[in-house]
Design a protein around this ligand. Structure first.
Ligand code: NAP
Length: 292
């Protein structure tokens, strides 16, 4: 498998596609708006004008778009032609229903489908350290393994189609709650008279220390909210998680409250900032002065 198509060149897709190129895959890219394809064209990487043009020469096509509606649009375009033996690998975080519907449409068009959402954000995407959470049949995954390895350090086969998406939603439930809890901790600590740096040291020295907390604490203390995992995508994922929870009888009171907190942050214009900007929303509610 050498000829690859890549659809969706946002924060994650751009870095992933460049890593596939660096590993020697022959990549053709497509993005809905043309501007994001310019860095690829500048390096002589082929840019397709339409999704149909991209499909023609590719053995595998990676899709990395915003969410369920975007995936549905892309799959609609992909399945206008017969897909032959091509593999479509959806790496976007979407609903389980969207994953299964995409799989059905792709199989109807003669192709094969993996769901392979990723754990890890902008920097793991840039450094090819993503964790792929894969659903689909083992034979297809083995065919795609070298390609996924060019963009990630760990490939976990979670089960049949849909299980990658299930796993991703479960992991992101914990991610959103963790960053929210970290933000509340920093605000609470300041309100009771502690220095934030001292709290950071205590967290990073104890049993709760983790790579995620270290990165996010550093960014929050430096007031760096530039988007790695934008807050509006976290809100999208919380909605997907709570929809799935309701369908399956899982009661998630803390996650529901966290969703509302992210909703409020979006209403205050923080949607395009990083997930860590939830700190700003909680600071505001607690009457802490805005900082630069
Ligand atoms: P992003 O920067 O917002 O990029 C989204 C991409 O989707 C853009 O290329 C956009 O095209 C495309 N798109 C949106 N709607 C479309 C449509 N209807 N048809 C075709 N293309 C469409 O998002 P991202 O951060 O790269 O995230 C991509 C996916 O990975 C999301 O599902 C996200 O939840 C997941 N994810 C993100 C992170 C992270 O840290 N950022 C981590 C893990 C997983 P335009 O340029 O034309 O708008």
């Amino acid at each position: 498998m050498k000829q690859i198509g890549f659809i969706g060149l946002g924060i994650m897709g751009r870095a992933m596609a460049f890593n596939a190129v660096r590993s020697g895959f022959e990549v053709t890219v497509y993005n809905r708006s043309r501007d994001k394809t310019i860095p690829f064209a500048d390096q002589g990487i082929p840019v397709a004008d339409t999704i149909q043009d991209l499909v023609a020469d590719c053995e595998a096509i990676i899709v990395m778009v915003t969410g369920p509606e975007a995936l549905s649009d892309v799959v609609h375009a992909l399945t206008r032609t017969q897909l032959g033996n091509k593999v479509i690998i959806n790496c976007s975080t979407v609903s389980l229903a969207a994953t299964l519907a995409a799989g059905e449409a792709i199989v109807r068009a003669g192709g094969t489908c993996l769901d392979a959402p990723v754990s890890g954000s902008k920097i793991p995407a840039e450094t090819a350290k993503l964790v792929f959470l894969v659903g689909g049949d083992d034979k297809t995954l083995q065919r795609c393994h070298p390609l996924l390895s060019s963009m990630g350090s760990t490939i976990l086969h979670c089960g049949p189609l849909g299980d990658g998406t299930r796993m991703k939603l479960a992991v992101n439930l914990m991610l959103a709650n963790t960053i929210h809890a970290l933000s509340e901790t920093l605000v609470f600590a300041e309100k009771i008279g502690l220095q934030r740096q001292a709290v950071a040291n205590a967290i990073n020295s104890g049993v709760m220390a983790s790579p995620l907390l270290k990165i996010k604490i550093d960014a929050m203390l430096n007031r760096d909210f530039s988007p790695h995992f934008p807050l509006n995508l976290v809100f999208k994922d919380l909605n997907l998680i709570l929809d799935e929870a309701e369908k399956n009888g899982a009661v998630l009171p803390a996650t529901a409250a966290v969703r509302e907190s992210f909703n409020s942050a979006m209403a205050h214009g923080l949607g395009r900032e990083d997930i860590g900007a939830i700190l700003q929303a909680i600071e505001q509610q607690s009457g802490l002065k805005p900082r630069s």
